[in-house]
Design a protein around this ligand. Structure first.
Ligand SMILES: C[S@@+](CC[C@H](N)C(=O)[O-])C[C@H]1O[C@@H](n2cnc3c(N)ncnc32)[C@H](O)[C@@H]1O
Length: 263
């Protein structure tokens, strides 16, 4: 079991909102932290109820990078436990690389604790499998280019050409552009599900197709905190017309843990 150490900065993924979705490790670090810096634009304080009485709790939404790094560096240099709390999983769209680099350069130990990313919490809310044999065995996690550039070779229309399952973050305000790019490759009837504030009490789900999802999103006035899932694995009546089985549980399929039955 990981020991929580003073003088270390922990980049803690706490999942998409519901504190129940935090890992035990994340909670241990937060409960022992002297400084908790959290992304208040996406997270509430529900997950910090059992923090130390003396813990400093700071919303990072209004801070710029140098201020953030300074706060973390000073606290860690003084031997404090620092919890830098990120929504979802820190490795996805968390801007942790630019925070870890100066801290490591200053000799501050850093550790990352994984969390449940929004796309996976959304799949769970839908009881969906994102990888169904014969439909898609690939999930592309990406975003529509906005103010943050996306490399030219990763343009949405190029990724769309594979017709995999797609999970789009940070893109809901650009739903018209998203749909236009995807329709260059996916048929108009391709299922699309938008999940806003997944796992939170005000979670909202919109189900549609590429043909109608943009209108639904605009009618619901959704502009933030939503993940867009796309692909045939999201077909609503898939379970009624079930004829797809994985090899893993096929009784004739032998693998390291089971002998296959003769056909
Ligand atoms: C800065 S990114 C951080 C993503 C985060 N690291 C993760 O793994 O979920 C913020 C984007 O994540 C998605 N997101 C974060 N929390 C969400 C939630 N509770 N429900 C739906 N989407 C969410 C939205 O697309 C939002 O624009």
């Amino acid at each position: 079991m990981m020991q929580v150490k003073g003088g270390t900065v922990y980049f803690v993924g706490v999942g998409p909102g519901d504190p129940d979705l935090m890992t035990i490790r994340a909670k241990r670090v937060i409960d022992q932290a002297d400084l908790i810096l959290y992304t208040g634009s996406l997270l509430g304080q529900e997950g910090f109820q059992e923090r130390k009485m003396t813990a400093k709790l700071i919303d990072s939404a209004s801070l710029h990078l140098a201020e953030l790094v300074e706060l973390m560096q000073q606290a860690a240099a003084a031997g404090e436990v620092v919890a830098r709390v990120h929504d979802g999983d820190p490795s996805l769209f968390g801007a942790i690389a630019e925070q870890i680099a100066p801290l490591e350069a200053a000799g501050i130990p850093c550790e990352v604790i994984p969390g449940v990313s929004a796309a996976f919490a959304a799949a769970a809310a839908l009881r969906a499998e994102l990888t169904i044999p014969e439909l898609s065995q690939t999930v592309i996690v990406t975003r529509m280019e906005g103010r943050t550039p996306v490399p030219e070779r990763e343009r949405l229309r190029d990724l769309a050409s594979h017709r995999t399952t797609l999970a789009l973050y940070l893109s809901i305000a650009l739903i018209d552009e998203v749909v236009a790019e995807l329709q260059t490759a996916y048929p108009a009837e391709t299922p699309v599900v938008v999940v806003q504030r997944v796992s939170c009490p005000d979670q909202q789900i919109l189900r549609g197709t590429l043909a109608d999802i943009a209108d639904q999103v605009k009618a619901a006035r959704m502009r933030t905190q939503a993940v867009i899932l796309v692909g045939p694995v999201l077909t609503p009546d898939l379970r009624q017309s079930w004829d797809m089985q994985s090899k893993l549980y096929d009784r004739r399929f032998a693998h390291a843990f089971r002998r296959g039955e003769p056909t």
